[in-house]
Design a protein around this ligand. Structure first.
Ligand code: 5AD
Ligand code: SF4
Length: 472
């Protein structure tokens, strides 16, 4: 299927709605001496963060001031996630709390979008249990926010926009959260249908952005002084496959990394079945590409990998990991692991622990399997009881913590380049930053380092953070 690039007329139509709302909001600001606020609440992955930056960009373009608390808002957009039940429950709980804000400000418009409400049963939940939500829109309809808002405000009826035609929308305004770290989506959707995962059902099939658009965006970011740029896609390794020409993700990364400037490129996520040695070679070749690879394993058992429909077995996975470690000895490798997938036996789980011992990840994101309505795994027999899942989860964490602690000791005494993020959230007395492998580093220094690279000599290595001092 050929990717549909949204026609420019469709984007222009949204700009016309933005102008109409802007005129109204400018009038409000003249009369009242302040601008209406818009608050965007985001759950879930970086893709959602990136979508929310477009939502905030459109809101700003419509004459709203982006505010940091829902109480100050005249427009609230909740961008939801559906990856695990917990994410949905959190979103529903927040939406529940906004009822009180709406009671105080009846002019408040509340919209809910994203993966959770791209499922029919959740749209019905909102319809019937959250009557004060004004409109709902699916992931395919993010660009339609101005139109929906205009129709809601002018006609007053509740709206449910469940567009299913997925396209690539270029040219929307983006309001970036940071002025030194940026997300750049290079593709959307997923074709893989891992049996536990809801993503293909709520984000549609894979579609790539044109490389010219991506290169121009990254060039612009580097020129604007952005230091850390993360290329996003559910499976960046299938970039370009829907475009019908001979140009893959390794080619794109190779071309982007040639851009002159003081920055570092990250990318996520890679599916192991599509990770190529060519890509590893490109990473090894460029200083501007972080020596980091996020390669979700999910399980260390071949039989579970099969049930997960992952299309690789341990030998293939280990082959690419070994190649990475040989080509790039200081590479940081991270992973996602699911514990307690249906049918997972003690022996299967032991396979996952063994994989951790063999691969020695710097860090993992671990999850207890959460059944997702409509996915094949939710219907599989032998669902693992909660107590067994939790017990395995704790064993996994204990092992990984030991490994991460041991790995981190190698940084003792090293001088590492770190991108400073400003005062640490846990202890504002110290600064916090990240290495190119995304490890957290704590150090003393001036807040003015925020957004800049600093060299840090490491004096202490813990499981989740390194500690050090600034050197010239
Ligand atoms: N249950 C638990 N974890 C899940 N993930 C995806 N779907 C589920 C689910 N149903 C995890 C996978 C994926 C990460 C983003 O979330 O590990 O890589
Ligand atoms: Fe979900 Fe698998 Fe696609 Fe990742 S590759 S988004 S885990 S279906």
């Amino acid at each position: 299927m050929k990717t549909k690039i949204l026609p420019i007329e469709d984007i222009n139509a949204q700009f016309e709605y933005m102008n109409l709302i802007r005129a109204e909001n400018d009038g409000f600001a003249m009369e009242n001496g302040f601008r209406k606020g818009a608050f965007v609440m985001t759950f879930g992955c970086q893709q959602n963060e990136a979508d929310s930056e477009k939502i905030a960009g459109m809101a700003q373009n419509m004459g709203y001031e982006i505010v940091d608390t829902p109480e100050k808002a005249y427009l609230i957009v909740v961008n939801t996630c559906a990856i695990r039940e917990h994410a949905e429950l959190k979103a529903l709980s927040i939406i529940g709390q906004y009822k009180h804000i709406k009671q105080k400000n009846p002019n408040l418009v509340i919209a809910v979008c994203g993966c959770m409400v791209t499922q029919e049963h959740r749209v019905n939940d909102i319809k019937f249990k959250y009557p004060y939500v004004d409109f709902v829109f699916s992931t395919a309809a993010i660009h339609k926010l101005p139109e929906l808002l205009f129709k809601k405000v002018s006609k007053g009826k509740r709206l449910y926009c469940n567009d299913e035609e997925y396209s690539v929308a270029e040219g929307l305004p983006i309001r970036r959260e940071s002025n030194y770290r940026a997300w750049v989506s290079i593709m959307y959707g997923c074709n893989n249908f891992c049996t536990y995962c809801i993503v293909p059902y709520v984000r549609g099939r894979e579609r790539s952005r044109r490389k010219e658009e991506i290169i121009a965006e990254v060039r612009g970011l580097v020129a604007d002084g952005y230091k850390d740029i993360t290329l996003l896609g559910q499976n960046v390794n299938s970039y370009g496959k829907d475009m019908g020409f001979d140009y893959d993700f390794a080619d794109l990364l190779d071309e982007l990394a040639e851009i002159e400037g003081d920055y570092i490129l990250h990318f996520m996520t890679s599916h192991p079945k599509d990770a190529t040695k060519k890509l590893v070679d490109v990473i090894a070749k460029h200083k501007t590409i972080a020596k980091q690879f996020h390669l979700p394993l999910q399980s260390g058992s071949d039989s579970i990998l099969k049930k997960m429909n992952r299309h690789y077995q341990m030998d293939k996975y280990l082959d690419i990991v070994d190649y990475m470690k040989t080509k790039i000895p200081d590479i940081v490798i991270t992973s996602d692991i699911i514990v307690g997938f249906p049918g997972e036996t003690e022996e299967d789980f032991e396979g996952t622990l063994e994989a951790l011992r063999r691969i020695r990840y710097d860090m993992i994101y671990s999850f207890i399997y959460s059944p997702r309505k409509g996915t094949p795994a939710a219907e599989m027999p032998d669902q693992v009881p909660n107590n067994v899942q939790s017990e395995r989860f704790n064993r996994l964490l204990a092992l990984q913590n030991d490994i991460a602690y041991e790995i981190n000791q190698k940084h003792m005494g090293q001088t590492i380049r770190v991108l400073c993020d400003g005062p640490s959230k846990n202890n504002p007395e110290v600064l916090c930053g990240r290495t190119e492998g995304n490890k957290i580093v704590l150090f003393n220094g001036s807040v003015e380092n925020t957004g800049n690279f600093v060299n840090i000599k490491i004096t202490k290595c813990e499981t989740f953070a390194l500690v050090g001092e600034i050197v010239d």
